[in-house]
Design a protein around this ligand. Structure first.
Ligand code: GDP
Length: 195
C-alpha cells in the first residue's frame, strides 16, 4: 500500500484551457491546496491516443448521452428536435466523436498531481463536468459556462478546461497511457507538506 501522501492523479489542461491562457491558473489551484506537481509537459496528442484515452464501453458512452438528455429534460428541450435522436447510446456516440476532435484542436498540458486524496480533491477543485452547473470557486465554475444545450447545437464537445481522473485505478491507467510505462515521476519535499 502506498502512503496516503503518495496518491497520484492524472490531469490534462484541455484545448480551451490552453487557449484561454489558464494553464498557470489551473496548476496554481492544485499547488495552493498543498498538492504537488510531480510531472508536467505540453504536447500534441495523436488521434489514436485520444481515442484510447476515452472509454469505448457502451455503459460509459450511454452515460455521456444521459448528460445531454438530463439537461434537455431540465430545460424543456426535445432531443429529437435538437439532435434528431433521443437514445442515450446514440447521442453518446456522437458526443464521443466531437470530444476526440475537440481534444485534437490545440496542444494539451499533461501532469501528474500528488497528495492526500489527490483524485477526489482534484475533481473537487475542477468542478463537475458541465460548467454551467459548476460552483463558483471551482476551475470550471470560475472560468467557463458551457452547456450541452449550446455545445450540441454547435456540434462540439462541452468545453470544460480540464480533464482529471475519476478513481485511483483510472489515474494509474491514465498516467501510464500518457506518460508511458516507467515514466519519470519526480520526487521532492514540499515545504509545509512533507517537512
Ligand atoms: P469528465 O470526467 O468530467 O470530463 O466528464 P465525462 O467523462 O463524463 O465526459 C467527457 C467529456 O465529454 C466532458 O469533459 C465534456 O468535454 C464532454 N461532454 C460530456 N457530456 C457532454 C454532452 O452532453 N454534450 C457534449 N457536447 N459534450 C459532453
Amino acid at each position: 500500500m502506498k502512503h496516503p501522501k503518495e496518491e497520484q492523479t492524472f490531469v490534462m489542461v484541455k484545448p480551451d484551457g490552453v487557449r484561454k491562457g489558464l494553464t498557470g491558473e489551473i496548476i496554481k489551484r492544485f499547488e495552493q491546496r498543498d498538492l504537488k506537481i510531480v510531472a508536467l509537459q505540453m504536447f500534441e496528442p495523436t488521434r489514436e491516443q485520444i481515442d484510447e484515452h476515452y472509454p469505448k464501453d457502451e455503459a460509459w458512452i450511454a452515460r455521456l448521452g444521459q448528460k445531454t438528455l438530463k439537461t434537455y429534460e431540465k430545460y424543456g428541450f426535445d432531443p429529437k428536435a435538437e439532435l434528431g435522436m433521443d437514445n442515450d447510446l446514440e447521442i453518446g456516440k456522437e458526443v464521443r466523436k466531437w470530444l476526440v476532435d475537440y481534444m485534437l484542436s490545440a496542444p494539451l498540458v499533461r501532469m501528474v498531481v500528488q497528495g492526500i486524496h489527490a483524485v477526489d480533491v482534484v475533481r473537487k477543485i475542477a468542478g463537475p463536468t458541465l460548467p454551467f452547473m459548476a460552483e463558483v470557486g471551482t476551475i470550471r465554475g470560475d472560468f467557463s459556462i458551457d452547456s450541452p444545450l449550446l455545445a450540441n447545437k454547435e456540434k462540439r464537445a462541452v468545453m470544460n478546461l480540464v480533464h482529471a481522473s475519476e478513481t485511483p485505478e483510472e489515474a494509474e491507467h491514465e498516467i501510464e497511457h500518457w506518460f508511458g510505462k516507467g515514466a519519470k515521476i519526480y520526487s521532492y519535499k514540499r515545504f509545509g507538506v512533507d517537512e
